[in-house]
Structure formats: structure tokens, C-alpha cells
Design a protein around this ligand. Structure first.
Ligand code: SAH
Length: 305
């Protein structure tokens, strides 16, 4: 594996303030990555403990190195599988999506800038790669994914070219895919919305890692697993993700889920959290100057009642 783990934690001071770490508390970092947020949490603990989860073994190795000497338990899994099984926590953090390290490591295949096999798995022990999505999915399914997960307006065109191309031979490499995408977008629009392959790569990555499936449920069960007064902080990086977090928080906060047409409340729903952020927080001007990844970040915080 090439490169060192380089990733600047996004909105770190806002997250730490949001979590309001208690020195003897139990904290869960669902997406430890290189441990940028975790180290700040761990430093504030005395008798407390941190559980650090990631589905990427390279990330866990980097985090283990960085968090040496602190009371941390590492878990290699998708946080969606484990949140329900963990003890009651004082705080939970989810910093969703990919790390700069994953993007900047060419052989992981996340980047449209480097030539590599089509991989894009966060968990390299998982069976499905971008190669299977690109070469195995039907034209309709590819178009739908690119449209929904990447908001790619030329999704049909691109899907049709992919299918045409792979009839001759399978699409093996990232730059082959980039070239197909480029040729599918009319010249006039090709460079108008950033790199022409940016949206498709995002979409395929979301599909390969099933990033949105089960996220809503994980946020709900995570929040329910907090102690009274415990906090959940979630950073999302695109609108689909943020909408899921917003809706999960809204459901948790609401004290009635009866149909609007019902004259009286017949549900037993109680408000489970207090929203600390009515609107999501975004990165400061200062942070944006030094961390490009923070550009689309939205942080939402809720407190267990
Ligand atoms: N906060 C970290 C960076 C996190 S980047 C830091 O400051 O260093 C996001 C990380 O979350 C990546 O390492 C990715 O592999 C992991 N990840 C994303 N979705 C996940 C999921 N559902 N379960 C476990 N890990 C996940």
C-alpha cells in the first residue's frame, strides 16, 4: 500500500464541542479513518473509553498507530452492523464517506485522476467492486445509479456508452471509464461542473459501498443507544446523505407520527432527542482555506432526552 495516511479532520472543533466529551465517558467513532477526530476525543478521556470502527483495514491500521497508548477498542466492520450491539454511549460520531487517504491512494480506484483497476471498495475484503458494477449492471440500473447518486444529467448517455464499450471487452481501468464518460458528455457541458467524471465516480462509489442503505436505521439505533444527555454528531458530504440524517433526526425528535388527517393523536411516539443544530453547521471560511474536503460538509448534532 503506497502513501502515508493523510487526512485533515473536518470541522474538528465543532465536533468536539458538539460531543462535549466527558473524561470518564464512552464514545463511539463510527468512521475512525486516520483517527483525526478520535485522537482529539481520546486526549480528553481519563477513565473513559473510545470504540473506533472502520470497514477499511488500512484506516484501522493507521488509527491504531496514531491512538497507541489510549484506551481504544478497534472494530473492523460496517458501523451499521455493530451499533445495535454496543453498550450505551455518551457520544457517537459519524464522519461519512471516503477519506482523503482512500481517494489519494491510486490502487484503491476511488479517483478519476489516477489509472488503476476499478475497485472503490472501502472494505477490501468485500466481494463487490466497481468492476462488477460497471461491467455487470444493466444499462437501466447504471443510468439510475448515476442519476440518483451522482445527479449526473447525462446518465443515460454514459450508461449507453458503457454498455456499448463493454460489448467488445470489459472495462478494467479507471481511466478507461473516465474517457468513456468524457466522450458521452457534450463538449459544451464537459467541464462546466467540475471534472466530468466526478459525479459518476461518486455514484459508483456509493453503490459499491452501499453507503446509503441502512444509514437511516443506523442513525436511529445509534441515537437510541445513547445515555440521557448523550450526543450524536453526523457529518455528511452530499445532499442525499444529508437528507437521510435530517429525516432520521426529525423522526427521533418528533413526539407524534400520526397521519396529518387524524383529529387526535393515537401514536405512542415520544420525542427521543433534542436537536442541537436546527440547521446543519458548515465549515468556517478559515477551515475552507486549508481543507477542500470540508467544502460540502454538513454537521448535524442531536442530544438524547
Ligand atoms: N474522521 C476521520 C476520517 C473519516 S473518513 C479522521 O478524521 O481521520 C471516513 C471513513 O469512514 C473512511 O475510512 C471509511 O472507510 C469509513 N466508513 C465509511 N462508511 C463506513 C461504514 N458504513 N462503516 C464503517 N466505516 C465506514
Amino acid at each position: 500500500m503506497s502513501g502515508t495516511f493523510s487526512h485533515i479532520p473536518v470541522m474538528a472543533s465543532e465536533v468536539l464541542e458538539g460531543l462535549s466529551v466527558k473524561e470518564n465517558g464512552l464514545y463511539i467513532d463510527c468512521t475512525v479513518g486516520g483517527g483525526g477526530h478520535s485522537i482529539e476525543i481520546a486526549r480528553r478521556l481519563n477513565k473513559g473509553k473510545l470504540i473506533a470502527i472502520d470497514k477499511d483495514c488500512d484506516a484501522l491500521d493507521a488509527a491504531k498507530e496514531r491512538l497507541k497508548g489510549y484506551n481504544v477498542e478497534f472494530v473492523h466492520d460496517d458501523f451499521k452492523n455493530v451499533l445495535k450491539t454496543l453498550p450505551q454511549a455518551d457520544g457517537i460520531l459519524m464522519d461519512l464517506g471516503v477519506s482523503s487517504y482512500q481517494i489519494d491512494t491510486p490502487e484503491r480506484g476511488f479517483s478519476y485522476k489516477y489509472d488503476s483497476l476499478l475497485d472503490m471498495r472501502m472494505d477490501t475484503s468485500a466481494s463487490m467492486t466497481a468492476h462488477e458494477v460497471i461491467n455487470g449492471y444493466s444499462e437501466e440500473r447504471l443510468a439510475k445509479i448515476m442519476f440518483e447518486y451522482g445527479e449526473e444529467r447525462f446518465s443515460r448517455k454514459i450508461a449507453s456508452r458503457i454498455v456499448e464499450y463493454r460489448r467488445t471487452s470489459p472495462i478494467e481501468r479507471t481511466l478507461e471509464l473516465v474517457s468513456i464518460i468524457e466522450k458521452s458528455i457534450p463538449v459544451k457541458y464537459r467541464y462546466s461542473g467540475g471534472h466530468p467524471a466526478k459525479r459518476v465516480f461518486q455514484a459508483i462509489r456509493i453503490e459499491v459501498n452501499k453507503e446509503l442503505q441502512g444509514l437511516y436505521e443506523a442513525v436511529i439505533s445509534g441515537a437510541r443507544g445513547l445515555v440521557k444527555g448523550g450526543r450524536i454528531c453526523v457529518i455528511s458530504f452530499h445532499s442525499l446523505e444529508d437528507r437521510i440524517i435530517k429525516n432520521a433526526f426529525k423522526y427521533l425528535e418528533s413526539d407524534c407520527i400520526c397521519d396529518k388527517s387524524s383529529p387526535i393523536c393515537t401514536c405512542d411516539k415520544v420525542s427521543e432527542v433534542r436537536l442541537i443544530t436546527k440547521k446543519p453547521l458548515t465549515a468556517s471560511e478559515e477551515e475552507l482555506k486549508s481543507n477542500k474536503r470540508a467544502e460540502s460538509a454538513k454537521l448535524r448534532i442531536a442530544e438524547k432526552r
